[in-house]
Design a protein around this ligand. Structure first.
Ligand SMILES: [Mn+2]
Length: 244
């Protein structure tokens, strides 16, 4: 009945498989993936399809899934006069900004799927959780992609906007809760002041930061068992690999 957390796989399917091999997930265990499965690395959709067939994996939405959702429905349409007319400035800007943020590999693999699988992928992403509260190892945890933007101790969870949960970086120098660990991805741990590559999971001020930079040369994919605190690391990402 162990609970594991992992984040920011970013299309690094091989590193993901390496970590699954290490963890040896049992049927009664649960793996929470804290978003940003997509984009940047070469196999984002292959990674997503693997997660779709894992009954004990629970995915939480990241900013890259949000960007993808805003574009994939449009991109899965047949090119017709109507769909061309829908390509207004707003849709065009969203697609451009997604591509700028590494969407290219997701778009490439998405187009290789048949229409039915494309729809299944879109529906799967739509079902992602926004955040998860759980207890493990006798402690309370809040799992969220980026953090708690504009944090206030008295702010109820339902008052956080999606943007505050999936885009805004938390302040790792501030202890948000005395009795709840905030588990987040999104911010590679080597970019949190004073940390070095290869990235390690950072535990401080009741934060557990688990994005160790799977896509960044010198970074790696990490997972943590929230019951025991045991940490798992993939091999180091050797070079920027965007599938092209
Ligand atoms: Mn992110």
């Amino acid at each position: 009945m162990a609970v594991y957390a992992m984040s920011d796989i970013h299309g690094k399917y091989d590193l993901f498989m390496e970590l699954l091999e290490q963890i040896q997930l049992k049927d009664s265990d649960t793996l929470y993936v804290l978003g940003d499965i997509l984009d940047r690395g070469p196999y984002p959709i292959k990674t997503l399809l693997k997660l779709m067939e894992m009954p004990n994996a629970v995915c939480i939405v990241g900013n890259h899934e949000l960007m993808a959702l805003e574009c994939l429905e449009f991109l899965s349409k047949e090119i017709t006069e109507d769909s061309i007319n829908e390509l207004d400035d707003e849709v065009f800007q969203k697609i451009m900004s997604w591509v700028y943020n590494g969407g290219k590999t997701t778009i490439k693999e998405f187009h290789e799927l048949d229409r039915e699988m494309q729809n299944e992928v879109i529906e799967f992403i739509k079902d992602f959780e926004v955040y998860v509260r759980l207890s493990a190892g006798g402690r309370e945890h809040l799992l969220v992609h980026a953090g708690l933007g504009n944090f206030r101790p008295d702010k109820p969870m339902e008052e956080y906007s999606l943007h505050e949960l999936v885009w805004t970086r938390p302040d790792y120098n501030v202890r948000y809760f005395d009795d709840v660990y905030v588990v987040s991805g999104h911010t590679p741990t080597f970019s949190i002041k004073g940390e070095q590559l290869p990235g390690r999971i950072i535990k401080k001020n009741n934060h557990i930061a688990i994005d160790c930079g799977s896509f960044v040369p010198g970074g790696r994919l990490a997972a943590i068992c929230l019951d025991t605190g045991e940490e798992f690391y993939s091999s180091v990402c050797e070079k920027e690999d965007n599938g092209s």
